[in-house]
Design a protein around this ligand. Structure first.
Ligand code: PDD
Length: 280
């Protein structure tokens, strides 16, 4: 049995229900977070909870739990589900509203759920040794990707396109052929020893793994720049990788039919992955 926290109670996840009047169900009016637990340790929980609060504030969703209470519930869920390796999933929607109306009423009671999913990080570690393949896909999402909203249809369509092509992730590009991010990751390239990733703005999520890796890159005295890069720059990069809570630093060896360099994981990328995991 998986135990889920739902609005103050701990229940079997399969028995846990919210109303069909939930604004998350009807309008995708809610936000979420994914926090990794790696070898029994939370990975960057402070960064994730900080971003959770920012997403709530951007949508003016008010909750009556403090950050440390959400942290304690997450720890309790980890314990109740004996989670050593996996993720903690947190979702907060604005709450139930009837009758349906785009305009939200004041004083709604948010629906808060927290549960865990086990994950085999050994498998992900061995995947990282080989590197993963990707598909390019147009970024058809809304223009507030900085909010970690549960409105994920664009991401999901991109991910399923990549899956159909037997690829691990879709890399999204905007109308001017600049790369924004992955369907659920931040995308990086390395060219002439310089690490490059999209600048922070409304088109991408402020990745916690991205944030952590920037400090590692700087500490390692590697060159780092936040700037937009084109599909052409992606394909001619020396190394390409993605970062996310579930993949950490994952080498990308192919984009559609195009091999990156010699088609093997880049050496700097693998070094950054090791450094990231050592820091956990
Ligand atoms: N996704 N960009 C998007 C669109 C994402 O969905 C994610 C993470 C990231 C990387 O953020 P972070 O490093 O904080 O995980 C970037 C999570 C893993 C998910 O939706 O499952």
């Amino acid at each position: 049995m998986t135990t889920c926290y739902i609005n103050g109670n701990y229940r079997d996840i399969l028995e846990s229900k919210v109303s069909i009047t939930d604004r998350g169900f009807q309008f995708s009016d809610g936000i979420y977070e994914v926090i990794a637990v790696y070898e029994n340790r939370f990975v960057d929980i402070d960064l994730h909870l900080n971003r959770l609060i920012k997403s709530l504030n951007k949508l003016k969703i008010k909750i009556n739990l403090k950050v440390n209470q959400i942290e304690n519930i997450s720890k309790k869920i980890k314990k109740l589900n004996n989670l050593n390796n996996g993720i903690i999933y947190i979702q907060i929607t604005r709450g139930d509203q009837h009758p349906r109306d785009h305009k939200f009423q004041k004083g709604l009671k948010p629906n808060i759920i927290i549960y865990s999913i086990p994950k085999d990080f050994k498998k992900i570690n061995s995947k990282a040794k080989r590197g993963v393949t990707t598909s390019l896909y147009p970024d058809i999402r809304w223009l507030r990707s900085d909010i970690k909203s549960i409105s994920l249809l664009g991401n999901s369509m991109a991910a399923n396109y990549a899956k159909e092509k037997k690829n691990h992730e879709a890399i999204l590009y905007d109308k001017k052929n600049y790369i924004t991010e992955g369907n659920s990751s931040s995308i990086w390239i390395i060219k002439n020893n310089k690490c490059i990733t999209h600048p922070l703005n409304y088109r991408i999520l402020k990745g916690c793994t991205r944030h952590k890796l920037i400090s590692i890159v700087k500490r390692k005295k590697l060159k780092f720049v936040e700037k937009k890069f084109s599909i052409k720059a992606l394909l001619s990069a020396d190394e390409v990788f993605m970062t996310s809570a579930t993949n950490f630093v994952m080498p990308i060896i192919k984009v559609d039919k195009h091999k990156i360099s010699d088609g093997k994981p880049g050496q700097i990328t693998l070094h950054l992955r090791d450094e990231f995991i050592n820091q956990i």
